[in-house]
Design a protein around this ligand. Structure first.
Ligand SMILES: Cc1cc2nc3c(=O)[nH]c(=O)nc-3n(C[C@H](O)[C@H](O)[C@H](O)COP(=O)(O)O)c2cc1C
Ligand code: SF4
Length: 453
């Protein structure tokens, strides 16, 4: 029997999910004010020039032939753009997996499902700059010889869905989408799809199932979507922010994009800085920027001293303050420190935060979102939650920490999709760095952390 938890005590206070105009070298959010999302605003900012460039329609002498598919993919590889959906897979490499000569239908899918707790960047890209995603997808479609695409937009953000639909209408009317784009031989039909609001629908194969009108449950892999994707056809799926990075790369070249970040971590990235900071919101900064600088952009820690940070969305293992103050915000640096950059949500916790209570909130989420297909995840996530729940409520047992270690260990790597790992990793991180807090709860039936917030 599933016990219900009182969610009211976890409600966030004063969280803004907007851009604050405090970015460094922005490429996606430069000059956005919330009203200038229309096609004419985007074109005034240089929008659709990358699409014109690849199609040889930019009026630049010598570029009448545009770029070949191989040239576009080569620039993407050179850029070292890594997928912004969580796994950080190299985008150019992913595009090269698409069997371009496959005779039947092939699909391009944008993953705007964005359900990872703490993450709120894709919805703002769609609201503030929808055409950058459309242009990125049109370029990707050209590079991979795809004629049909879908943007799967999270079911609980209807405004973003409506905004994207409106932008699609503008792009179609102006000839940037549809048959023979800008008079070229490139045709691409793009549609918005309003999703179902489940976290698991962000997992790429669950998303495809959902897009096909079925229950959003992950598929066994292999086969991977590049060979068996939407309706069983070759499909490339990328995150919203990944597509939004493409026009800048094509306009300025892969090398310049790479140089904006650091080797193997090209470009800028949007970070959703949330939790105990003065100015929560989305910040675009070059990969490789010190965490301390990002924290400063977000106004510093609110309500106390820095205790810990979850650097890449709720699935990423927590890191203590001291470690975080030494890392730079990029895939490799965060991995070396023992966590992951993930979706780029940076959850900041001050020294009034109880780690048992924090883990309880996370464990509740994962057991709630498990799709139930595989036993280690279905049973294990509920088990983790129930054990943390009893520790938090003064009913912890002497062997509970060892039990948490064991359950987390036995979920990881034994499930169909990565939600199992995502549920286990926060537990491992909390026990690695804050085990004493859990042990204190078990022994004294109360919390050792001063609760002043
Ligand atoms: C449980 C789960 C949820 C996910 N949710 C999202 C999501 O909301 N958005 C997203 O882009 N990727 C999400 N992913 C990752 C996708 O499966 C996929 O790797 C990604 O969309 C690929 O795009 P990228 O290469 O541009 O990162 C999720 C993965 C898992 C396991
Ligand atoms: S790991 Fe969890 S969410 Fe993923 S398929 Fe298995 S039960 Fe479903």
């Amino acid at each position: 029997m599933v016990k219900h938890i009182d969610l009211s005590k976890f409600q966030a206070r004063g969280v803004e999910t907007c851009f604050h105009g405090r970015h460094q070298g922005p490429q996606i959010v430069a000059g956005l004010d919330g009203s200038n999302w229309h096609l004419h605003d985007y074109v005034a900012r240089g929008g659709y020039s990358a699409l014109r460039k690849i199609l040889g329609q930019d009026g630049v002498s010598g570029n009448e032939g545009g770029m070949t598919q191989d040239q576009v993919i080569a620039e993407m590889k050179l850029s070292a753009l890594r997928g912004r959906g969580g796994a950080g897979f190299p985008t150019g490499l992913k595009w090269s997996f698409m069997p371009r000569m496959f005779p039947g239908a092939k699909y391009l899918v944008c993953n705007s499902d964005e359900g990872e707790p703490g993450t709120c960047k894709d919805r703002d890209i769609l609201l503030y700059n929808p055409h950058i995603v459309i242009e990125g997808m049109a370029i990707a479609a050209y590079a991979m010889g795809i004629k049909t695409g879908y943007n799967y937009i999270h079911g609980e953000i209807f405004e973003a869905y409506e905004r994207f639909e409106a932008a699609l209408e503008e792009a179609r009317a102006a000839g940037f989408l549809g048959d023979n784009i800008l008079g070229s031989s490139h045709s691409f039909q793009l549609h918005a799809f309003h999703g179902f609001g489940a976290y698991i629908c962000g997992e790429e194969t669950a998303l495809l199932e959902s897009l096909e009108g079925k229950k959003g449950q992950p598929r066994f892999k292999p086969p991977f979507p590049a060979s068996f994707g939407l309706y069983g056809k070759p499909t490339t799926i990328n995150n919203t922010e990944t597509f939004a990075a493409v026009p800048w790369i094509i306009n300025n070249g892969g090398q310049k994009y790479l140089e904006c970040g650091k080797p193997n971590n090209g470009g800028t990235k949007l970070f959703s800085v949330v939790g105990d900071v003065e100015r929560p919101g989305n910040y675009e900064i070059p990969l490789g920027t010190p965490f301390a600088q990002l924290l400063e952009l977000a106004g510093g820690v609110r309500g106390g001293a820095l205790k810990a940070v979850i650097p890449g969305g709720s699935s990423a293992p927590v890191l203590p303050a001291k470690t975080m103050m030494d890392v730079t915000m990029d895939y490799d640096s965060i991995a070396k420190a023992g966590s992951m950059l993930g979706s780029g949500a940076v959850i900041v916790m001050n020294d009034s935060r109880c780690m048992v209570k924090s883990l309880l909130r996370l464990s509740y989420f994962y057991q709630h979102e498990s799709c139930g297909q595989c036993t280690p995840c279905r049973e294990g996530t509920g088990w983790l939650w129930r054990v943390v729940d009893r520790i938090e409520h003064g009913k912890g047992r002497a062997d509970d920490l060892a039990l948490l270690d064991s359950v987390a260990f036995n979920i990881k790597g034994r499930t169909i999709c990565a939600l199992g790992d995502a549920a286990a990793m926060p537990v491992e991180g909390m026990l690695k760095h804050f085990r004493d807090e859990f042990a204190y709860h078990v022994e004294h039936k109360t919390c050792m952390v001063p609760q002043y917030v």
